[in-house]
Design a binder for this molecule. Structure first.
Ligand SMILES: [Zn+2]
Length: 391
């Protein structure tokens, strides 16, 4: 019983100690903060009330009064940049850099922030120059990444490749996927300049960097087709299936065109039916349906569409199925089917889209690099209808 009583006493004693300690801390805090100018607290107050303009004015006053406030300069610079007032952000960081007594680490930090200001302002030359001056120290990796962004914006692929390789050497995660695309970009440029050998060399480098890169395989087919080597082109495009069958819709039409040019349309249609049956997708069916109908008639196309709807039902597939039924139906059923098809078609006209898996940007065309977030291979190679929840 005695033991229990002593335990009860511990609680108020601990409480008293806590109270004394808290009072002591508060006193120290107050005496330290007596050195901070009033504008600092005014600025904080404005910031908390979301009055950013007034907060900035108050903080500028503090920075003027007390030149030691390096962190405050950084906070202000960031605030300006985020608000899009890049000229003011640039001035804040340049002001900081003009100090002779600035420690090296803070100088690097200020240079890095200044580079970001220039980048945001679209002054790519000055941003590049600033980031290039940071080739060692804590901010060198961040600066190199920023340089890569600049080279990608400028579409300077050789410099992008060098920068990406340097970043990898600095111990960052692999950029092989990106490097392969930079080589593909160079291959595409060579193809446009009608330099197939140059394009082939870049594509070999792309696949060496990333053997899974489907774009290089597709482009290799394009290079051969442009040189009149249709058999070789078909062989490349067929390899897409083994690499990643999801990308087959991107080569379906190319394949058919090559088979048609070789006067082997039947073989091409067989291949398309085979693909569409084994990998049901709306995009593959789109191409297959058109050519099956053209070559083998409506009944064969109808059978293909019906099977597709059983395997992977969707609204675009339904439009096609209604179209097939309508073509063989008698009046008045034909009129009814037409009404249904038009309604579904109208409502789904703009639904299927390629969708970026990183930022959600939806696009009618397929992109290897997202126009929204600049990520590479962020689009799945198939158009999808948005999923609507039935609330
Ligand atoms: Zn994106």
């Amino acid at each position: 019983m005695d033991l229990d009583f002593w335990w009860l006493l511990v609680i108020p004693v601990a409480f008293a100690f806590g109270w004394i300690a808290a009072r002591y801390d508060l006193k120290t805090l107050l005496s330290e903060n007596a050195n901070l100018p009033r504008s600092y607290f005014r600025g904080l107050n404005f910031l908390l009330n979301e009055q950013h303009d007034k907060a900035i004015d108050a903080f500028i006053e503090v920075a003027k009064l007390d030149p030691e406030t390096i962190e405050l300069h950084f906070a202000l610079g960031n605030l300006f940049r985020r608000r899009g007032e890049t000229d003011r952000a640039i001035r804040v960081h340049q002001n900081l850099l003009s100090r002779a007594d600035l420690p090296v680490a803070e100088r690097d930090h200020a240079l890095y922030e200044l580079g970001q200001d220039f980048l945001k302002a679209g002054l790519l030359d000055r941003a590049e120059e600033t980031f290039r001056s940071l080739d060692s120290g804590e901010y060198s990796l961040g600066a190199k990444r920023a340089l890569l962004t600049i080279y990608e914006i400028e579409k300077d692929w050789p410099k992008s490749i060098t920068a990406a390789e340097q970043i990898e050497k600095m111990g960052a995660p692999s950029l092989h996927m990106e490097i392969a695309h930079f080589h593909c970009e160079l291959a595409q440029e060579a193809l446009q300049r009608k330099n197939p050998d140059g394009a082939r060399a870049e594509l070999a480098l792309a696949l060496a960097s990333n053997p899974d890169n489907v774009r290089a395989t597709i482009l290799a087919g394009d290079v051969e087709a442009a040189s009149g080597h249709l058999e070789a082109a078909i062989a490349h495009w067929k390899r897409v299936e083994a690499q990643n069958e999801a990308y087959l819709p991107l080569v379906a039409e190319k394949l058919m065109k090559a088979y048609a040019a070789l006067e082997r349309k039947e073989e091409g249609v067989d291949l398309l039916i085979d693909y569409a049956t084994r990998y049901p997708s709306n995009d593959l069916l789109d191409v297959a349906y058109k050519h099956v109908q053209e070559l083998r008639g409506l009944d064969a196309a109808h059978a293909l569409a019906r099977r597709q709807m059983q395997d992977a039902p969707n609204l675009a597939g339904m439009t096609r199925l209604l179209e097939a039924q309508e073509a063989t139906a008698e009046e008045p059923r034909r009129g009814e089917l037409e009404l249904m098809r038009n309604l579904v078609k109208q409502r789904t006209k703009n639904l299927p889209r390629y969708t970026c898996q990183t930022c959600g940007f939806r696009a009618r065309l397929f992109y290897w690099q997202c126009p929204g977030c600049s990520g590479w291979e962020t689009y799945a190679p198939r158009r999808v209808e948005p999923i609507t929840s039935s609330a």
